[in-house]
Design a protein around this ligand. Structure first.
Ligand code: ATP
Ligand code: MG
Length: 479
């Protein structure tokens, strides 16, 4: 586990980027830092692989202060996915992925086979391996960034807005792929995002930061939705949290009803909703009562054994007859139907169960108070009959917008473009001269003093820097 102990970071110009941050990042889990632009997320991440040093406080990794670990060693144990991708443009995909193994001196055949294996792992076709980053889509580039960070099988993954530069559909796919990969790999992950939905979806633990790098609240996603600590968190998780909280409630308890089913659309009549099934009892569509024999498309389906109430509600809301159709995922067979009203009644029950018996205060009181016009979460969920992201972007506060939207219309963020320094560090090596890499506390600056020639480094193309870095890595470590 990684422990932040009263960590603060003040830049030389006096900017308080991070203030008194204390947090435990558990091993093998995903901790997401979320917060508005400029709230210190990247700064926090860069202190974990010692690209930056805290001004005060300390970070301890598995019982050992980071300062007592060599930077180069540390960075090779921590994969880093840079904000906005940061692939080396003049290196092929395979060469990009193989960067760290190359620096570690693996032999070429082993690097190639490891890089190919990683292409598979991140779901990219092997033939993309010979392409250059510019010949890939944004989503593919982000996968390559993840593959590169995984290349030397690091213990820790530091991911700075790894899925921000893609549209919501691709982002959704990347989320699924990422969660699947994490189920296999169980890395200790710190992931940064602007997007509260992404944080809630991916995080085992979510830490909400406010500007100045102050921790507003940390906890499991459900806890933040149900018990926001203050008005800032309430505002940040948004008025849709009643709806979002449904993501944590299983649909298994909903009582399913039944409708008339037919296997042949013709002659089904037009009395009430009629569901068309195929020969294997898999739902095909609803019979259109207005046009005999015509079949209306299915809404989304849900499986009560594995899905959440949110999926069930989506299913009801996308159904042309207002009924969610439940199927068994294994067999695809129809098992029953339920209306949006019945699903929401289930939510009311689940919420009632959260009431705190000792104080008599409903646990859901905080979320309720912040819904529009004092609506209960159930009412809010009823009112929110569209998925969260369909709220027009410009009606949402900047904090709630996906990063790519936020960026388009606001002051460019300091780290919008990956710097060459970051790119080099993503390869697991130090951009700073190695002599600054002593394990002792004296060697580590307490303020962010740039290394000699840092300005030059910032301007250098990533490749050039990498080569300089490779040379440095070949030299014996200066003690
Ligand atoms: N080298 C620096 N010198 C001075 N101030 C800096 C420096 N780097 C960052 N800052 C400031 O520190 C604060 C935190 O920056 P940081 O990059 O950590 O924010 P962030 O949360 O990652 O933002 P974004 O979401 O836009 O990426 C900002 O006010 C930023 O302007
Ligand atoms: Mg940032």
């Amino acid at each position: 586990m990684i422990e932040f102990e009263s960590v603060s970071k003040t830049y030389r110009d006096g900017t308080h980027a991070v203030s008194d941050l204390s947090l435990v990042v558990p091993s093998g889990k995903i901790t997401v830092f979320v917060g508005p632009s400029g709230c210190g997320k990247t700064t926090t991440l860069r202190m974990v692989n010692r690209m930056l040093e805290p001004s005060s406080g300390r970070i301890v990794w598995d019982g050992e202060p980071l300062k007592s670990r060599r930077r180069t060693t540390l960075r090779r144990q921590m994969g880093y996915v840079i904000q906005s991708g940061g692939l080396f443009p003049h290196r092929t995909v395979l060469e990009n992925i193989g960067t760290v193994p190359g620096l570690l001196g693996w032999d070429k055949t082993k690097i190639r086979s490891r890089s190919r294996e990683l292409l598979d792992a991140v779901g990219l076709d092997r033939k993309l391996g010979e392409r250059y980053p510019a010949q890939l889509s944004g989503g593919q580039q982000q996968r390559v960034g993840v593959a590169r960070a995984l290349a030397a099988d690091p213990l820790v993954m530091l991911m700075d807005e790894p899925f921000s530069a893609v549209d919501p559909v691709v982002r959704g796919e990347l989320h699924e792929f990422f969660l699947g990969l994490q189920r296999q790999l169980s890395k200790t992950i710190i992931l940064i995002t602007h997007d509260i939905d992404e944080a809630i979806k991916l995080g085992d633990q979510v830490a909400i930061l406010r500007v100045g790098g102050r921790l507003a609240q940390a906890g499991a996603p459900q806890e933040l939705l149900e018990r926001p600590a203050d008005a800032f968190v309430e505002g940040f998780v948004g008025k849709d949290r009643g709806y979002r909280a449904l993501s944590f409630m299983p649909a298994s308890a909903v009582e399913l009803g039944s409708v008339r089913v037919v296997r042949d659309a013709s002659g089904a009549g037009n009395e009430g909703p009629v569901l068309l099934l195929d020969g294997d009892a898999a739902p095909q569509g609803w019979i259109d009562p207005a046009r005999g024999g015509h079949v209306l498309r299915m809404g989304a389906l849900f499986d009560p054994q594995v899905d959440t109430l949110r999926v069930a509600l989506d299913s009801a809301l996308t159904s042309p007859v207002g009924l969610a159709v439940a199927v068994s995922r294994d067999t695809g067979r129809y098992v029953g139907v339920v209306s949006a009203d019945d699903i929401l009644a289930q939510v009311t029950e689940a919420r009632a169960a959260l009431d705190d018996p000792t104080t008599g205060t409903p646990a859901a009181a905080a979320p309720e108070g912040a819904t529009p016009a004092g609506a209960t979460p159930v009412e809010a969920a009823q009112a929110d009959d569209a998925p969260v992201d369909e709220t027009p972007a410009d009606e949402r506060p900047a904090d709630e917008r996906p990063a790519d939207e936020t960026r388009a219309d606001e002051t460019p963020a300091v780290h919008d473009t990956a710097t060459a320094e970051e790119a080099a560090n993503s390869t697991g090596t130090a951009a700073e001269p190695l002599e600054g890499d002593g394990p002792s506390d004296e060697a580590a600056p307490t303020t962010d003093v740039p290394p000699e020639g840092a300005d030059e480094v910032e301007r250098a193309p990533a490749d050039q820097l990498l080569e300089a870095d490779e040379r440095a890595a070949d030299e014996p470590d200066a003690r």
